[in-house]
Every structure is written in C-alpha cells, then in structure tokens.
Ligand binder design. Structure first.
Ligand code: ATP
Ligand code: MG
Length: 421
C-alpha cells in the first residue's frame, strides 16, 4: 500500500519528465502561433458544475467522477475534463468583456474512474483549447488545424480526422424521433446501457462500443441528412475551409454527443498505430453550454488531447527526442583540502550559467571520471592539493582528453572561449 500508488495513476519519473516538457513546449508554441493564451483553473470544482456542464446522462457523470464531501459538507469533484471549468471561469471573471472570441488553452491533470489499461488511466493529462464567442465555421476550422499542426509538429503523421455534425436544438428533435423509430423494434436486443439511453439520449446508442449495438445500428438514419439550413451551411463551409487548409477528413455519422448544448461540429482525431485506445483528440461545438452554466447565450468550441496517448504514440514511433541532461562541466576535487576550493569553483560556474555538478558520495577519482562521462560532461575541472596551493585547476576536455593547468581567475574566461568560441 505505502509503496504503491493508487490504481490508474502513474508517476512521471525524471527519465520521462523531459519528454513531457518537450510535448508541453510544443503545445505552448502552437497555441502562441494561433493566439491562444493559457488559463489555469483549479483541480476541483463544485460537483454541480459538472452535472450541468457535462450532462447527467453521460458516462463521465454517471460512472466516472471522483466526488466527495469536503469538511464543510460541500460536494466537490476532481475535474474529469476542463471545458465546464473554463466556461465557469469565463463567466466568473467576465472574460466576455474582452475582445471576443476568448481564445484559451490549458494543460493539466484530469480524473476519471475509468478501467485502467494502456492509454487509459484514472489520473491523466489533457492539453485542450476553448474558443468562446465566435459562431462561424472558421473558428471550427482553426482549432482543428491547431490540433493537427500540434500533432504533426511532434512528427505524428498517420492522423485520421473524423468529422460529423450533431445539429442543433432546431433540427435535432426531428432526428431523434426518426432515430427512435428506426431503433424501436431493435430495443430489446440492445445492451442494457443503450436501452436506458433510448428515451434519455438515443444518439449515444450510435457510439456504443458493444458489438450487438454496433451491428443493430448499421444503416441507421444519419444526423447529417436531417440538418436544418443553418447547420447544413455551417457544415458545408467547414468542409470547404478544411479542404482549403489541406486537412483531410472522414465523415463519421457515429460521432455523437446528443446533449442539447452540444451543437453542429463534432470531431475526433485518431492515431491508428495506437491500437485500441487510438483517439488522441476529441472536440466539438457547444453553443448551448454557456447559457446552461448561467451566462448569456454564447457560442463556443473546443477540443482536448490526451497527453499520455500522444506520448505513447511518440514512443511507439521512436519520435521521442534525446532529453538526457548534458553537463558542461564536472568538478572533481582530489583530497580534503581541495573540497572547499572545488565547491567554490562549482558555485561560480553555476552562477555564470554553466550546467555543472560534482560528486557528493566520496567517490574515488576513477568513479568520479566515470560519472563525468555518464553525464556526458564536456569538461572536467580537476583540483588537487597541489592545485589548491597554486590557486589553479586542471581543465580536461572530455572528448579529446586534452588537459591544461589553469589559474582559478582565468578558468571562467578560458571555458567561455572554449565553449562559445
Ligand atoms: P473514450 O471513449 O476513449 O473514453 P472520451 O470520449 O471519454 O474517450 P474525451 O472526453 O473526448 O474522451 O477526452 C479527450 C481525450 O482525452 C481522448 O481522446 C483521450 O485521448 C483522452 N482521454 C480520455 N479519457 C482518458 C483516460 N481515462 N486516460 C487517458 N486519456 C484519456
Ligand atoms: Mg471516456
């Protein structure tokens, strides 16, 4: 117990944290290019926010939330996703008063009581963006292109963008009843979950992963055939813009959400080499969400990318960069008297911006040289009792093996010309 973390959680160890920093840096860079600015909201929120903002008939709310009472008796939930929290912050801090659209991004941990397996954890991380305030299809295209550009900047190319429109409160009711008519005589053969979805959220039956449900819904009527004029136009324009942006897409009528506040565009980006958990990005428009959370009706759209899945994909494709720390200098004192002098040299080196280190384990000279090699140090500065007496050190180039005796006062200047030319 004490030496094992909770099921579904992972430690990011020093060996891999450099990969995370690399991917996070790419995310920040692409957001900067597209004019999205970072927002950091709390890890926990009032449970009510997620009940409203995600929807009581969703898997997340029904089965996956980490909910508890705090010591003041409030119901608190660890965020299972971040759109609702960003919308809450948007309203609380009146971000709508700034020039719209608000273009926001976040990177951070999310919590879901999922069944742990490769690419699926109970604490996982998402990089997501939200664009709040713009209703036209250009912003839909922009965020899809942002997601694609981010993934491609990491070297991931075998991306499949799946696209659908889920309509709006205008056209969806008609589609729902057409779909219910189609499903009515198949109802008893659907899985239990889908039977309960039939009245509450029938569109969700289309994305059920159970084999019998998938086969029974073959040939079901499609939302895209029932769109109202406005939704149809939005969808057509989006497809034109994506084509203009050189983004290929595959229409997927099973990509649904089915809650009233999800509207129009729904999309997912798959990275097939990942196998069963191949969805790296999910997103869509939520024109009804801001009003649902108590604001003025305001359109919005966003996506979330699963960072663990991105890292798994990079590992699989051998695309992880070399992030091994490379030391500039390793300082090696020989004997008691040299300790203090070496320590001072180490402090001076670091103050001057060199990546420098020394041994803290009383290792032998041989072991210290080995350590310098392990850290790929470019130089070793060796200080023995003789050198202390003459205020000097031996500067050794670890690549060429070349050594020279040098005065402490000259050391930094010498290194500077050696390293920077
Ligand atoms: P799924 O159907 O696989 O459960 P989802 O619809 O719950 O996916 P979203 O809520 O759209 O997923 O989340 C966006 C992205 O976050 C997913 O595409 C995935 O990359 C990642 N993700 C979601 N849940 C997990 C999890 N439990 N562990 C790791 N990554 C996750
Ligand atoms: Mg899920």
């Amino acid at each position: 117990m004490l030496t094992t973390g909770p099921r579904g959680t992972k430690d990011i160890l020093p060996d891999t944290s450099g990969f995370w920093q690399y991917v996070e840096k790419k995310a920040r860079e692409v957001c900067n290019l597209f004019g999205y600015r970072e927002i950091r909201t709390p890890i926990f929120e009032h449970t009510e926010l997620f009940l409203r903002g995600i929807g009581e008939t969703t898997d997340i709310v029904e089965k996956e939330m980490y909910t508890f009472s705090d010591r003041g008796g409030r119901s608190i939930t660890l965020r299972p996703e971040n759109t609702a929290a960003v919308v809450r912050a948007f309203l609380e801090h009146k971000l709508y008063a700034d020039t719209p659209p608000a273009k926001l991004f976040y990177i951070g941990p999310m919590f879901r009581y999922d069944r742990p397996q490769a690419g699926r954890y109970r604490q996982f991380h998402q990089f997501g963006i939200e664009a709040i305030g713009a209703k036209g299809p250009a912003i839909d295209a922009e965020i899809i292109i942002l997601a694609t550009q981010f993934l491609r900047s990491l070297g991931l190319n075998e991306l499949v963008l799946q696209l659908n429109s889920v309509g709006c409160p205008e056209c969806r009711p008609k589609y729902r009843s057409v779909l219910q008519e189609f499903l009515r005589d198949k109802l008893s053969n659907l899985c239990k979950d889908c039977q309960s979805r039939f009245d509450r959220n029938p569109m969700r039956i289309l994305d059920c992963k159970q084999a019998e449900c998938t086969s029974l819904t073959q040939g079901a009527p499609q939302m895209v055939d029932c769109l109202c004029d406005e939704c149809n136009q939005h969808f057509t324009q989006l497809k034109t813009l994506l084509t203009a942006g050189n983004i290929e897409f595959k229409l997927n009528p099973r990509l649904v959400r089915g809650l009233d506040y999800y509207t129009k565009t729904a999309f997912e980006i798959q990275y097939a080499p990942l196998g069963s958990q191949s969805a790296v990005c999910g997103g869509g428009r939520y024109d009804g969400l801001i009003a649902e959370c108590g604001g003025q009706p305001t359109p919005g759209i966003g996506f979330a990318i699963g960072m663990e899945r991105v890292l798994l994909a990079l590992e699989k494709q051998n695309l992880l960069p070399d992030v091994m720390n490379q030391y500039d200098v390793f300082v090696i004192p020989l004997g008691e008297k040299a300790q203090a002098a070496a320590f001072k040299v180490l402090c001076d080196l670091r103050k001057s911006g060199y990546i420098a280190d020394m041994d803290f384990m009383d290792r032998s000279l041989k072991a210290q040289m080995k350590l310098a090699n392990k850290f790929s140090a470019q130089y070793a500065v060796i200080i023995g009792d003789d050198e202390v007496a003459t205020n000097s050190a031996v500067l050794k180039n670890m690549q060429t093996g070349e050594q020279q005796q040098i005065n402490f006062d000259e050391l930094l200047k010498k290194l500077d010309t050696e390293v920077n030319g």
